[in-house]
Design a protein around this ligand. Structure first.
Ligand SMILES: [Zn+2]
Ligand SMILES: [Zn+2]
Length: 156
């Protein structure tokens, strides 16, 4: 995979966050500390976190966090387009905080260890252009998801 068409996405691409953080209004007027905690975990992570991952991390910090709070917070953040939901073929779902600057990326997932690697390619843009040009279709979304076995798992 040394083709220049691909590049492994830089996970440290995060935009600088302003020093003082305010709770986004989407979390509700009387936004609870627990919702804010889940928001912070998602925002500060470069990872793709499942509900269980989030729940576990939140509980490590505040044992009062409930699973329903995790679900509720995710759904609020999704509605506000602050968080992206990735849905894989086996219906496993992961969440990642949207990064700024229109950062577009795709995912490769290992079916054995579950590792998720981000990558960037201009195939997506070219396909979008092609569909627009040849079919007069205005593309709103396009997904490229790759599943398989990572090098370590494939050689095991
Ligand atoms: Zn693997
Ligand atoms: Zn990602």
């Amino acid at each position: 995979m040394s083709s220049p068409e691909f590049c492994i996405a830089d996970n440290n691409h995060n935009v600088e966050h302003p020093a003082e953080e305010t709770v986004p209004p989407v979390l509700g007027q009387r936004s609870t500390r627990q919702r804010k905690l889940i928001y912070d975990i998602l925002k500060s992570s470069n990872d793709h976190l499942s509900v269980e991952d989030l729940y576990r991390r939140a509980r490590d910090i505040d044992s009062r966090v409930s699973l329903s709070t995790v679900y509720r917070t995710i759904s609020l953040l999704k509605e506000a387009s602050l968080v992206d939901e990735l849905i894989f073929e086996d219906d496993r779902r992961c969440y990642e905080f949207k990064r700024g600057n229109g950062y577009q990326h795709h995912h490769i997932r290992c079916l054995s260890c579950g590792n998720i690697i981000e990558f960037q390619t201009d195939y997506a843009r070219r396909l979008r252009d092609k569909v627009a040009e040849e079919m007069g279709f205005s593309v709103e979304s396009l997904k490229i998801d790759v599943a398989g076995y990572c090098e370590a798992c494939a050689t095991r």
